[in-house]
Design a protein. Structure first.
Lengths: 332, 460
């Protein structure tokens, strides 16, 4: 846990522990999500849902006493600038995690893929093998894909090769080690996680970051068999109510019209649009007054919201959206 | 000839003691109770009739780990029509299974799941070949692991149009047997009781002041595959971390996802692992015929559970060992759990008197439902009696630890059987472990390119 806390706060900016805690345990509000985006920690949204606030705070207090962390008078925290090199691997994992995008289904995606790869690899060899999964949630989509895709075995071999080639060798070896097929019996995550990551919560984070990286690479290949197989699982990650708001907004409805049609509060619709912007590089920022974007000061998220509002004379939603665009380097 | 069917479906020429009689009985539509020792092939007693009878075999099982083990066992035999219908399935999966029951032959589920209206209703619409109650001793407050929901299985049976019922257990005193018959097997039922003695398993208790050192010493001397049982997940992982640099070892507990547990089962089955460290609850799902030793790192809570757990060893009939490590105060953890349960009972009694709507624990919720059904007085009496029984069983467990006479004789007498002479039988009769073995650690992990070539291109 010590290393985790150090890696979590290893950052040029000072961070607020209570908001980080809300982020790690998955408090889905636009302020927590935006904070995650502005301080490069959105990928850890709901990464540790079982973490207790007491344990988290105790650990931080202890490290403050030990001098490994320092706090400013407002309670913002950062690491003492030591040990950067030894922490590199850990901070890389935190940076690579995509819990916000894949948090709900990354485990089931990998289970589905393990079954798909096993079933395909046994094609033409034998059908007398013990499937790695036997619940319909996995067996039925795999059955369908293999029925629909001619020559799935060769295609999957090529696609896997291509994806693993794009990953660091250590991560590719780790994921491939969990696969089962002819001549190969998969290993569990804990058997394959490298020695330095065996402690909690690293085992979980290492595994998640590797799988989420794999999924992101597959997502970029939307014609692939791998993508077709996991697409229904990926869709489950999104907040369904947010998707409905997105659909109406894309149809041209304003925030007020959506509020009226869906009988939602303004805050809820705002939350939906911010969630959408955080997930989608192609969010239609052009629907809002781009003058606000041009007037935003550099690193605007470090300003107090009240100060920004006074400066820009704008509402919460466009300010927040354009801050996200600014952080992401999207030109509006 | 049943032997022909046995050969056809399982590839065995002969039955183990008792199997044929039990199978014959259920095939004649006789409600049947089979009390057989762990490792005697109880599962075959419903699997073979399942193949010979029309319809679905419904197996009620108290633990997820046991259901997973049974499904895995069927898969190893090439049978893909088994499903563990439990909380690990999503709601959509459960709906799917219920609408495709014709695609399954063996359905495993907990009593709670079976008693859900939608489940029971759907099952009542399909032909049931056999209704099996595994670990049937759970129906009795005199048995260890009393599960009040088992009492409602009579109702479930009725809803399923009284299918032929097979109750299975490895541990049943006369009182437990009577309860099983009363609640699960109305009318004339055939009862088959076989000795729980597992003569090929040597019994050893080792008192120690340093359990990890003693464990290392035993593991270094014991050959073949083994299970190390611990009381908690934390302890399981600690033991695993201590031994993993020296042995091909894995850990196994309820904190792992079911696919991870399945992989470990397969590795263990195929001898890629020689040691599995497991919690008592989930370790019950580990099934491998040539396990040569079972070591208890923590004290079991009863001789019933201990007998079941050591029964994982030596299913192939070859010499095996059961070693229990005991350090002073090991029983404290059970006293702690007992106190905790008692507090919950007291809380429930006090609160139900004033009827405050305060939140209950899941266990209290369950008790409350039962209490409403059977009446508060009877519920209190039942639960208190069960707690008393647990305390008595722990005392017997401690007596076993402190014996200076034959441990097997004590065990057999506890289960109402006569002593049997076996040599060597236990540490008190001169049994010692003095073998030597080489440590074996898992080999180097292949690179991803090698793994893909092996799997897809038959490059080995």
């Amino acid at each position: 846990m010590d290393v985790f806390i150090l890696a979590l706060f290893a950052h040029t900016d000072k961070l607020r522990p209570s908001t980080l805690y809300q982020l790690l345990t998955g408090k889905r509000t636009s302020s927590v999500l935006s904070y995650g985006c502005f301080y490069d920690r959105l990928g850890l949204f709901q990464a540790l849902p079982d973490l207790t606030e007491e344990a988290f705070q105790q650990q931080i207090d202890q490290m403050l006493r030990q001098g490994a962390l320092v706090s400013d008078p407002t309670g913002l925290i950062q690491t003492v600038d030591q040990g950067e090199d030894t922490r590199a691997g850990y901070t890389d994992i935190l940076a690579a995690a995509s819990f916000y995008r894949y948090g709900r289904t990354w485990q089931s995606v990998w289970r589905l893929l393990r079954l798909l790869i096993q079933a395909a690899s046994y094609q033409g060899v034998t059908n007398q093998y013990i499937p790695v999964e036997n619940t319909p949630m996995y067996t039925e989509p795999v059955r369908q894909i293999l029925r629909q895709v001619p020559n799935a075995k060769d295609k999957l071999f090529q696609e896997l090769w291509q994806i693993f080639e794009q990953m660091p060798a250590e991560k590719a070896d780790f994921l491939a080690g969990t696969l089962t097929g002819p001549h190969v019996l998969g290993k569990t995550f804990f058997q394959l996680v490298p020695e330095g990551y065996q402690e909690k919560p690293w085992q979980h984070l290492y595994t998640a970051a590797a799988i989420q990286h794999f999924i992101a690479l597959v997502e970029a290949q939307q014609e692939s068999v791998l993508y077709r197989s996991i697409a229904p699982f990926l869709q489950q990650n999104a907040n369904q109510s947010m998707l409905e708001t997105q659909r109406l907004f894309q149809d041209g409805l304003s925030v007020k019209e959506i509020m009226h049609q869906r009988n939602l509060k303004e805050g809820t619709v705002n939350d939906h649009l911010i969630e959408w912007a955080l997930l989608d590089q192609n969010f239609p920022y052009a629907r809002f007054d781009r003058q606000i974007y041009r007037l935003l000061p550099a690193s605007s998220w470090q300003y107090r919201y009240q100060d920004l509002q006074q400066l820009l004379g704008a509402d919460f939603l466009p300010i927040r959206l354009f801050q996200i665009a600014q952080k992401r380097g999207i030109i509006c | 000839m049943l032997e022909n069917d046995l050969m056809r479906y399982f590839g065995f020429a002969t039955f183990r003691p008792g199997q044929k009689e039990v199978i014959d009985s259920v095939l004649h539509q006789q409600n049947t109770l089979a009390i057989m020792p762990t490792g005697n092939g109880k599962s075959l007693c419903y699997q073979l009739p399942g193949y010979l009878l029309e319809g679905l075999v419904v197996i009620v099982s108290p633990l997820v780990s046991l259901m997973e083990d049974q499904v895995f066992g069927l898969q190893k035999q090439g049978e893909k029509r088994g499903i563990a219908f439990n909380s690990q399935l999503t709601g959509t999966d459960r709906q799917y299974v219920l609408h495709h029951l014709h695609a399954y032959k063996f359905l495993f589920l907990s009593p709670e799941m079976l008693l859900q209206e939608a489940v029971l209703n759907r099952l009542s619409q399909v032909p049931i070949a056999l209704f099996v109650v595994d670990e049937a001793h759970c129906v009795s407050q005199w048995g260890i692991d009393f599960r009040p929901e088992y009492l409602d299985l009579a109702y479930a049976r009725q809803q399923l149009h009284h299918p032929t019922t097979l109750a299975l257990t490895a541990t049943a005193t006369k009182e437990v047997e009577a309860d099983i018959r009363r609640y699960l097997l109305p009318g004339e039922a055939a009862v088959f009781r076989y000795s729980m003695n597992r003569s090929n398993i040597g019994l050893i208790v080792e008192k120690t002041t340093d359990k990890m050192a003693t464990l290392r010493s035993y593991v270094a001397r014991l050959n073949g595959a083994g299970i190390i049982y611990c009381a908690t997940r934390h302890q399981v992982e600690e033991v695993y971390q201590s031994l993993k640099s020296s042995y091909a070892i894995g850990f196994y507990h309820g904190g792992l996802a079911s696919d991870q547990r399945k992989m470990l089962q397969q590795q263990f089955s195929q001898n890629q692992l020689t040691l599995l460290v497991a919690t008592n609850a989930f370790g019950m799902g580990i099934n491998k015929s040539d396990i040569r030793f079972v070591i208890h790192y923590d004290l079991p809570d009863s001789l019933e559970n201990y007998s079941q757990e050591i029964g994982r060893a030596g299913r192939d009939g070859l010499a095996s060992q059961a070693i229990l490590l005991y350090q002073t105060h090991d029983e404290q953890i059970h006293y702690f759990f007992q106190r905790e349960t008692q507090e919950q009972i007291n809380q429930l009694i006090e609160r139900s008197e004033v009827d405050l709507g305060a939140p209950w624990t899941p266990l209290q919720e369950k008790w409350l439902q039962k209490s409403r059904k059977i009446g508060a007085d009877q519920w209190q009496q039942t639960v208190q009696q069960n707690e008393q029984n647990k305390r008595a069983k722990l005392r017997e467990m401690l007596r076993y630890i402190n014996l200076t006479t034959c441990r097997r004789t004590f065990l057999l007498q506890y289960f109402g059987e006569n002593s049997q002479t076996i040599d060597p039988c236990c540490d008190n009769d001169g049994l010692v472990i003095d073998q030597e073995k080489e440590s074996h650690v898992s080999g180097q992990q292949d690179a991803w390119q090698t793994l893909l070539l092996k799997m897809f291109k038959d490059v080995n």
